[in-house]
Design a protein around this ligand. Structure first.
Ligand code: CDV
Length: 316
């Protein structure tokens, strides 16, 4: 019997500041129903899916930013989504801003979770690669303050088994997808599929000469390279469109282990794309070109885990 998993990526269009969580969850529920009508068993929602992409805004008062964070998951507003998914036997990935109390202290993370088809929490991830800055730069059209509002994730990159076929699924968030190390760690842990959500501005405020088409090209390049180089399925879901005038690109995609794009969003609105993934497809890649056990040479990769930034280090 072949192992297959029908997945859907449920892209969200813009969420403006005035939009309530309840209204967003309503939209997510409609997309979950659409995914169910197509026979999907797994739905991937975006990064920070419940609110606008708030790290673009500077808040002087730290208490003001607390309104974007969830103290528990499921929260009262997301409970209907969890209930519907469980009643339909659908698992999902959800990104949100997490506030947790640990060691008597409040912590803030950019988090995603995997929820099983029985409604139970399977696994949690806290974003490792936080882009942007933590200082105030009022002279740019928008800021990117993930380094101010979130701590670096402390759970590492993990892989969990899900669904009746024990599909090995890893998760990461947005900027993580640009770093090959993210996927290689999960590849080494036996991932067959990696899922992620993202919020990516269409313009690069710190390099304004970069055109929007290049932003989408680099996004796709990262997904396709990661899929092929690890022989895994990659599902990536955007929050897209103009949030109070700030433009996030779409391009939600399902990428096969061959590196080929098998489904891609065509809008910057709420949109579901689906594909029936053959989990055996990556095996030949993982057994030949990227047979890690046979061909990797970690003795020559040490610098990757020892050095963060470039130090000019010439051999002549
Ligand atoms: N949410 C993100 O991590 N966004 C980044 C932007 C800032 C480049 C990304 O890598 O898409």
């Amino acid at each position: 019997m072949s192992r297959r998993l029908k997945v859907s990526s449920a892209q969200l269009g813009p969420i403006n500041l005035a939009d309530s969580r309840a209204s967003v969850v309503k939209r997510m529920i409609e997309m979950l129903k659409e995914a169910d009508s197509r026979g999907s068993k797994f739905v991937v929602f975006p990064e920070l899916a419940l609110t606008t992409f708030f790290p673009r805004y500077w808040y002087d008062d730290p208490n003001e930013v607390e309104k974007y964070f969830e103290n528990q998951m499921p929260s009262p507003e997301t409970q209907p989504l969890f209930e519907l998914a469980r009643s339909k036997g659908i698992g999902f990935y959800l990104g949100y801003a997490e506030r947790s109390e640990e060691g008597g202290k409040a912590h803030h993370f950019n988090t995603s979770i995997l929820v099983g088809p029985d409604g139970r929490l399977v696994g949690k991830y806290r974003k490792v690669h936080l882009p942007g800055h933590d200082d105030h730069r009022p002279n740019v059209p928008y800021q990117h303050l993930e380094k101010k509002y979130f701590e670096v994730g402390n759970l590492g990159f993990n892989v969990w088994k899900m669904f009746k076929d024990d599909v090995r699924i890893g998760q990461c968030i947005c900027n993580d997808r640009r770093w090959p190390e993210t996927f290689r760690v999960m590849g080494l842990k036996g991932a067959e599929m990696v899922v992620l959500g993202y919020n990516t501005p269409s313009d690069n405020v710190y390099a304004p000469h970069e055109p929007p088409y290049l932003r989408v090209f680099h996004h796709m390049l990262s997904l396709q390279a990661a899929a092929y180089q690890n022989g895994i399925w990659v599902i990536a879901t955007a929050k897209a469109g103009k949030e109070d005038g700030f433009w996030l690109h779409g391009g939600s995609a399902i990428v096969a282990p061959t590196g080929e794009v098998v489904a891609k969003g065509t809008t910057e609105q709420d949109e579901v794309i689906s594909y029936d993934c053959d989990l055996a497809l990556g095996e030949y890649i993982r057994n030949t070109t990227f047979n890690f056990a046979k061909h990797r040479r970690p003795e020559h990769y040490k610098l990757i885990s020892e050095r963060t930034g470039v130090e000019i280090d010439l051999a002549n």
